[in-house]
Design a protein. Structure first.
Length: 449
């Protein structure tokens, strides 16, 4: 019998990715996975099935750092039991630890760390960790990386579109400019092209995101260009989809932007505007660049131009110097019922920020107590907003199946962060839209038929 040369079957390497933090991180994760697919890697849903597991970390606040450290520790244990051969930390916490050595311990369980400027080289870096020899390529700029194909995560019918990177706002409590750098706005044509690609891939809802969407274009010439971008999307995208504006900082929010949003029903009647506080003392201490009066004028402007607009906001309790009077002013403000949705966070001193240089004068238990009071006040407000919808007929987009039927959202709810609409089971797929009648209301959610 003749010997025959046996061909060796070479398996493509396999990568898994866990994405933590905000939607901006999700976009980066999708771009990273796209680069791996382009490089011939296979993608695993479970870290145990991968040769390498990546963790795209969030380093914004202490809770996020602890979450990242916990995930890395779990993966380290999985590796010891025969799981992935290497665990790699990416993203914001990596950059924070580079600049603030006191945060290094959160990354102790990672075999390697990769920051933003090396994202384009991740496949070859990971191949090297597996012992494969690869040529070294020059890292491409982050803006160039953003136009690469994305391997979408989660539901294909809803997508995030990043319109700029970084932030140039002087908020004293925030580490984002140290992590992501100063604002760099993407060219409008790149954004429109990416919107078309997302739609072709099945997206029927596009959420516009950035660290500050309303500052879009300011880094070019000192002027604000969000209105022009919105009009360009309106005029050049013909499909019947939803566009949603997220992370709209109030100091850059203009009448012109509101008028553009009101000009087309495809723009969701929804604005995400993080205010952080309402006391003039605290707004000044936080470097928020506007006063209480100016904030109220912005909210009046929204209600005047888009009366049915849902408004989401975020607040921080316990910033250094916050007195009981400051907090009570904020609590009274929330109880006025202006916000459909709100998130509340307790202050944590971020290394390298101006606020961290001030004595953290509010005890942790007081921060938590104030947060609980704000959340309870907003729960009552949200319940009232939901109750006001009962009896109305609204358009709902289906997100998927729940325990007892379908789950959807109207234009008034953003994916992942707001309430939902519960529906009975019927023939529908994610992304379908229907007119439904609201028959019941919970604290944050609606019931419809």
């Amino acid at each position: 019998m003749k010997n025959k040369a046996q061909k060796q079957i070479v398996r493509s390497p396999v990568v898994a990715l866990i994405s933590l933090g905000c939607a901006k991180n999700t976009v980066d994760s999708e771009l990273i996975l796209g680069r791996f697919v382009e490089s011939g890697w296979m993608i695993a849903e479970e870290p145990a099935d991968a040769d390498i597991c990546l963790v795209n970390t969030c380093g914004f606040i202490q809770d996020a750092r602890e979450e990242a450290a916990g995930v890395l520790h779990e993966l380290r244990s999985l590796k010891a039991g025969g799981g992935p051969r290497a665990v790699v930390a990416l993203g914001c916490l990596v950059k924070r630890a580079d600049d603030s050595p006191e945060l290094e311990s959160f990354l102790d369980d990672a075999d390697a760390r990769v920051s933003f400027h090396d994202y384009s080289r991740l496949p070859e870096i990971c191949a090297g960790l597996l012992g494969e020899k690869t040529g070294e390529s020059e890292p491409e700029g982050y803006s160039d990386f953003l136009i690469r194909p994305r391997l979408r995560m989660g539901s294909p019918h809803t997508a995030y579109l990043k319109i700029s990177e970084g932030c140039s706002n002087p908020c004293t409590f925030c580490s984002i400019p140290k992590i992501r750098g100063r604002q760099i706005s993407r060219p409008m044509e790149d954004i429109v092209t990416e919107a078309r690609a997302l739609i072709e891939a099945g997206a029927v809802e596009i959420n516009l995101i950035a660290q500050d969407t309303t500052a879009y274009g300011k880094d070019w010439d000192g002027e604000l260009h969000l209105k022009t971008l919105l009009c360009k999307l309106r005029d050049e995208i013909k499909e019947d989809i939803w566009f949603r504006l997220m992370y709209a900082c109030p100091q850059h929010f203009t009448r012109e932007v509101l008028e553009a949003l009101a000009s087309d029903p495809r723009f969701c009647r929804y604005i995400d505007m993080p205010l952080q506080h309402i006391s003039d003392r605290m707004l000044d201490a936080m470097g928020r660049q506007l006063t209480k009066l100016q904030t109220l004028e912005k909210l009046d402007l929204i209600r005047g131009i888009i009366p049915d607009c849902a408004i989401r906001t975020a607040f921080i309790t316990g910033h250094p110097g916050e007195t009981a009077d400051d907090f009570n002013e904020l609590l009274t403000f929330v109880k006025e019922g202006l916000f459909t949705h709100a998130g509340v966070f307790t202050y944590s001193a971020e290394p390298g920020t101006l606020s961290a240089k001030i004595e953290d004068s509010v005890p942790e238990e007081i921060k938590q107590e104030r947060r609980a009071l704000l959340m309870e006040a907003q729960r009552a407000v949200s319940a009232a907003h939901c109750a006001a919808q009962v009896g109305k007929t609204i358009e709902v987009m289906i997100d998927g199946a729940g325990e007892d039927g379908l789950i959807g959202r109207s234009q008034r709810e953003a994916p992942e962060v707001d309430g939902v609409v519960f529906l009975p089971e019927f023939d529908a797929v994610p992304g379908d839209r229907f007119d439904v009648k609201i028959t019941g209301a919970l604290d944050y959610d609606l019931i419809a038929e």
